[in-house]
Design a protein around this ligand. Structure first.
Ligand code: ATP
Ligand code: MG
Ligand code: MG
Ligand code: MG
Length: 561
């Protein structure tokens, strides 16, 4: 690629709207442009980086035996009603009507669509196992789109779905994806950790997140300094934290109108309209309730809650997405929930008393006492616990680090196949639900995460596998025939050797060519100037550490390969 022929509108100044480095550098490197909140156009240079990620993902998914499909972005609401998620999903699901008044939505994920395919096309154990994936644009109406490609409303995801006949098969499919993900992020040249994710609210024991380690990450993870063990903070705290005192099992009582009475109590306490508060309890894996989930008109609730919390001097923590027992994202963990974990304030305990109960859908516990029946763990404690407790796997010391979630794998079980009636005939002729898993990678987020992890004051430092062009040639003598001839010859040679070379052939001062090369993050830079043209030598510089050497033109191709 010639610089003179590609649209890379670089910016000299830091754009004011960008808070994190990847957002800032992607804008400055002319790689993305915002259309509206959380929605970006990928310009040629940015798109080239995304394609690098896609290619690695595609190769490894194919290697793992998955098959590529491409599903529609517009989805009919009926399917979501069948799975029960149309109501539950919350405001991240963008709903609309078409000209025939048919309810539709933009896909934030594709479990419903793929389960519909499965129930129509997979009938017998002979058709299984199957893993189908796509690389496609998702839409989630994120409450706070920010940080550029890190948290967009529209973004590119690879999502895969596996179908198996039995648990052992489903676990094998899961393991294969675990391995594929490890290969993918290793090949991307990223420093990452695979962490046990909190499955308390997801159900089942299989969920892992892949985290790129970077100080700006929105997640905190506990990693062992001696072995491979790592978990996100919540999961780590569940494993390590104070366990609830052993008590007799509490009686489970089915309630006719699930939780309404208790929800009303909370609403009254908080001064919130009951219909604005959707009761969903969030609890740790061992059944410790930790939060009440708020949905509906969030902004309104938030103002009141914030005032309440401020009055009580209760710290706010970040919103968290919350899943119900089937792994369905149902909304956000609100500040009241977090306040329950923050401190054992008298008032908070009163709220806890009022709302504590549900530990199963449509069921409530009676006579639950905080302190006696469960511990109110403080968020601050989570950090202390992880800092002072030994690793549950090897006893080594734990360390807390920040990470960016770039991948997430789930064992789903039969939640969707039961709800949507996706069944197959087993070898004995019995009719059974398909066993599913789902596996996501934030393709566009990977590019942002790579930059968060690899940059310096001068710009991006692309890991070679993700670099749109691994090497750039700076022609410092556009008007000098000899110099230009060397640069052109090198460019051709590299291309002929199968290397995606870039040639800065613009009529610009050397200073701005150097600056742009650093900003755009080419892993290698070859400079062709007067001195070099005369001696038959050029300067080769490595972006990551500035290592520079003079090399003969003839041997260059081998050095940058
Ligand atoms: P997060 O916790 O960051 O909101 P998530 O857990 O909601 O992400 P998943 O439903 O697990 O996301 O989706 C699979 C992957 O898609 C995530 O691991 C992440 O890499 C990516 N992803 C999710 N939301 C976004 C977004 N708003 N912008 C960019 N990538 C995203
Ligand atoms: Mg989310
Ligand atoms: Mg997440
Ligand atoms: Mg996730």
């Amino acid at each position: 690629m010639r610089y003179s022929q590609i649209l890379i509108p670089t910016l000299k100044e830091d754009p004011a709207e960008a808070e994190v480095v990847s957002h800032r550098l992607l804008l400055r490197a002319g790689s993305i442009r915002k259309l509206t909140a959380g929605v970006y156009t990928y310009l040629p240079y940015g798109l080239a980086a995304i394609r690098r990620v896609e290619n690695i993902v595609r190769e490894e998914m194919n290697r793992a035996g998955a098959q590529e499909v491409l599903m529609p972005m517009v989805q009919p609401a009926d399917l979501w009603q069948e799975s029960g998620r149309y109501e539950k999903y919350g405001p991240e699901l963008l709903r609309f009507r078409d000209r025939h008044e048919r309810e539709s939505c933009l896909g934030p994920t594709h479990e419903e669509v793929i389960t519909d395919i499965a129930r129509r096309e997979l009938h017998s154990y002979r058709d299984l196992p199957v893993n189908l994936y796509q690389i496609q644009t998702k839409f989630r109406d994120e409450i706070r789109p920010r940080f550029g490609l890190m948290r967009g409303r529209e973004f590119i995801m690879k999502d895969a779905y596996s179908f198996d006949t039995d648990d052992a098969g489903a676990e094998q499919s899961y393991r294969k994806m675990h391995e594929a993900y490890t290969r993918i992020f290793t090949r991307c040249g990223l420093e990452f950790r695979c962490v046990e994710a909190d499955s308390g609210a997801i159900g089942g024991s299989f969920s892992h997140e892949f985290m790129v380690l970077a100080a700006t990450g929105e997640d905190t993870i506990a990693v062992c300094t001696a072995c491979d063990w790592a978990a996100n903070l919540e999961k780590a705290a569940v494993k390590l934290g104070p366990q609830p005192a052993a008590v007799d099992p509490l009686p489970l009582v089915k309630v006719e109108t699930p939780g309404m009475k208790k929800v009303e109590t909370v609403c009254e306490f908080l001064g919130v309209e009951p219909e604005r508060l959707v009761k969903t309890m969030v609890y740790l894996a061992d059944g410790v309730p930790v939060a009440v989930l708020l949905r509906g008109d969030r902004e309104l609730e938030e103002v009141k809650l914030k005032n309440y919390l401020r009055a009580k001097d209760i710290r706010m923590a970040q919103d968290q997405e919350v899943f119900d027992a089937t792994g369905v994202p149902v909304g956000y963990l609100g500040p009241v929930g977090l306040s329950l974990r923050l401190l054992a304030d008298q008032e908070v305990m009163r709220v806890a008393n009022a709302i504590v109960g549900a530990n199963e859908k449509n069921f409530h516990l009676q006579n639950v006492n905080p302190g006696r029946d469960f511990q109110v763990a403080e968020v601050a404690d989570f950090r202390q616990i992880c800092a002072s407790d030994p690793c549950p796997s090897c006893g080594g010391a734990l360390r807390l680090v920040e990470g960016i979630e770039v991948g997430h794998i789930f064992k789903l079980g039969t939640a969707y196949s039961e709800a949507m009636n996706a069944r197959f005939q087993d070898q004995q002729g019995n009719d059974r639900p398909l066993i599913m898993g789902c596996y996501g990678i934030g393709v566009s987020r990977v590019v942002a995460a790579a930059i968060e992890q690899n940059h310096d004051a001068n710009g991006i430092i692309f890991p070679v596998p993700l670099a749109p062009y691994p090497v750039t040639i700076l022609n410092l003598g556009n008007k000098d025939e000899a110099i230009t001839a060397v640069a052109e010859q090198l460019y051709t040679q590299l291309q002929e050797a199968g290397i995606d070379a870039f040639l800065d052939d613009r009529d610009e001062r050397p200073g701005s060519k150097f600056k742009d090369a650093d900003l755009l993050g080419f892993p290698f830079r070859i400079t062709v100037g007067k001195r070099y043209a005369e001696s038959g030598m050029v300067e080769l510089r490595r972006r990551r550490d500035g290592f520079t050497e003079e090399v003969e033109v003839a041997g260059l191709v081998e050095l940058v390969r």
